[in-house]
Design a protein around this ligand. Sequence first.
Ligand SMILES: NC(=O)c1ccc[n+]([C@@H]2O[C@H](COP(=O)([O-])OP(=O)(O)OC[C@H]3O[C@@H](n4cnc5c(N)ncnc54)[C@H](OP(=O)(O)O)[C@@H]3O)[C@@H](O)[C@H]2O)c1
Length: 307
Amino acid sequence: MKKIAVLLRSNVDQWLALLRAALPQHIVVGDVAEAAGAAYAVVGTPAPGVLAALEELEVVFSVNAGIEALLESGEVPDGIPIVRMVDDGLAEGMLEWVLATTLAWHRNLFAYRDRQSKGIWAPLREVLARDRRVTVLGAGHLGGRVAGALAQIGFNTRAWSRTAKQIPNVVSFAGDDALQGAVKDADILINLLPLTPATENLLDAPLLSHLASHAVLINAGRGRHLVDQAVLDSLKGGRLRAAVLDVFRDEPLPQSHPFWHHPGIYITPHVAAPTHPATAVAAIAENLRRFEAGAELRHVVDVARGY
Ligand SMILES: NC(=O)c1ccc[n+]([C@@H]2O[C@H](COP(=O)([O-])OP(=O)(O)OC[C@H]3O[C@@H](n4cnc5c(N)ncnc54)[C@H](OP(=O)(O)O)[C@@H]3O)[C@@H](O)[C@H]2O)c1
């Protein structure tokens, strides 16, 4: 019987119960003291030295889709595959959050709320989705699904990724040389890239300068994709009319950060797509069974590429 060590800091009992139910042929432990001999580890960002001590470790399963913190921690021993979280719960959560924020801006809900607070009845110019240009940066499991759904609603949708994609009614842009064209004149820019050396600080002043005037920036990737000062300057200069931000360089966002009180900035506390243990365990269990049946693991991180 192979052992699974759940090395998480919260909801451990729930993860243990779900994993034991899904994988009854395995020993599932939730305490570092019992982890010796584990073949599999389920981790977020593990405490220093814990993974290195697992001499029979075969696979690390991350409970997060973004694994930059795990890679940067250097805690995963060389040669051990890292499986990132790809599951329906994450994709559905992200889709809901992005659609909610995009549609709220598209239909001026925040502006009407503001007018309501002042007792003002004043219709704004309402635009059809087909006349709104939306660009999604990242067209993977999350970005691809989001871009497809936005196109289905009718938005004039573009998606940018490293390799070209075929998503119905979405114009695909691939590679560094295509980035400027992908964001040019976008009314709404949505970031769903992974954080890697190639994407860090990508959302800087030169990039934002290509957006349409009074564009809306929506960031649910990572805080380090964004140059904070460029967002503040773009709001001041009118390139941006709003930024909806779920992720930040430092989390929780420090109380002294100017984002907190900026009227053009809308903050959610990294909740766009939380990992739901039930769907996450189903994804881990399916992949682990594949692995033990001799098939290739799915969603293994390419460490050199960083995602
Ligand atoms: N806010 C939240 O609650 C939350 C929750 C979950 C995830 N996230 C963030 O969302 C990110 C994306 O997740 P995912 O599951 O969609 O990842 P994914 O499936 O790996 O997709 C990543 C996409 O980004 C593209 N990409 C990566 N590096 C690029 C580069 N240098 N230039 C152009 N395109 C590049 C990839 O291109 P290819 O397809 O060509 O490889 C791919 O389309 C995560 O890494 C995480 O940071 C946030």
